[in-house]
Design a protein around this ligand. Structure first.
Ligand SMILES: N[C@@H](CCC(=O)N[C@@H](CS)C(=O)NCC(=O)O)C(=O)O
Length: 207
C-alpha cells in the first residue's frame, strides 16, 4: 500500500491526501514534521535528504516534491481528464501547478508565515507587507483567469491543477488582513467545496 510520510496539517501533504481520495488510492500515513517526529531525524533523511514532507513510498520507490507526487499518482492511477496526456492540455494544467509552487509560495511566506504565524525571519514588517501585496495581486490574476475559463483552473474539468490551486485559495481565505473580494475565486472555492475530499483534507478549518 502507498505510504505517505508527513503530518496531515501540512500544506504540501494535503495535496497528496486530497489526490489519493479523489483517485480512490488506498494509503497509510505516518506523522512526520513540525510537532511530530522531526524531519531532521536520520531515519527520515535517509528517505528525503532535503528534510521536507511529503515523502511517498510506492512499491518500494521513494517519491518527493508534492507536485511531482501528484503528477506521478495522476499518471499511474488517474483518468485522462485529471492529468491530460496531450502536450498542450497537459501544459495548461502544469502551468498552474508551477505557478502555485513558485510564485504564491514566495508571497505566502510573508503573508502567512510572517503575517499570520509571526515566524522569523518572515515576520519582518516589510516582508509581511510585500507578501500581502503580492498574494493579493496573484489572487487577482487567478480571478481574471477563472472568470474567463472557469469553473475549474483548466476549464470545464477538474484537474491536477486544482489540487495545487485549491490549497492556495483555501489559505487565501484564511489570511488575517483586509482582503479585497474576488468573485470568480469565491465561486471557485464554492465549487471545490462540493467535493468531499476537499472538505476532508483542505477546507477543514486549517489555513
Ligand atoms: N517544495 C516542497 C516543499 C515541501 C515543504 O515545504 N514542506 C513543509 C511542510 S508544508 C515541511 O517539510 N516543513 C517542515 C516540517 O513540517 O517539519 C514540496 O512541494 O513538497
Amino acid at each position: 500500500m502507498l505510504r505517505i510520510l508527513g503530518r496531515a496539517n501540512s500544506f504540501n501533504v494535503r495535496k497528496v491526501l486530497w489526490t489519493c481520495d479523489e483517485l480512490a488510492i488506498a494509503f497509510e500515513r505516518e506523522d512526520w514534521g513540525r510537532g511530530y517526529r522531526p524531519t531532521s531525524d536520520p531515519a527520515f533523511l535517509r528517505i528525503n535528504p532535503v528534510g521536507l514532507i511529503p515523502a511517498v513510498i510506492d512499491d518500494g520507490e521513494v517519491l518527493l516534491e508534492s507536485n511531482t507526487i501528484v503528477r506521478y499518482l495522476a499518471t499511474k492511477y488517474g483518468p485522462e481528464d485529471f492529468y491530460p496526456r496531450a502536450p498542450l492540455a497537459r501544459a495548461r494544467v502544469e502551468r498552474w501547478m508551477d505557478w502555485a509552487n513558485y510564485e504564491t509560495s514566495i508571497s505566502l511566506r510573508g503573508a502567512f508565515l510572517g503575517g499570520m504565524l509571526n515566524e522569523p525571519p518572515w515576520n519582518h514588517p516589510w516582508f509581511v507587507e510585500q507578501g500581502r501585496w503580492q498574494i493579493t495581486k496573484e489572487i487577482g490574476q487567478l480571478d481574471a483567469h477563472l472568470a474567463a475559463v472557469g469553473p475549474y483552473v483548466a476549464g470545464e474539468r477538474f484537474t491536477a491543477a486544482d489540487i495545487a490551486i485549491g490549497l492556495v485559495v483555501n489559505r487565501w481565505f484564511c489570511l488575517n488582513f483586509q482582503r479585497p473580494s474576488f468573485p470568480a475565486v469565491a465561486a471557485y472555492y464554492d465549487v471545490l467545496s462540493r467535493r468531499a475530499p476537499y472538505l476532508a483534507h483542505v477546507r477543514n478549518g486549517l489555513p
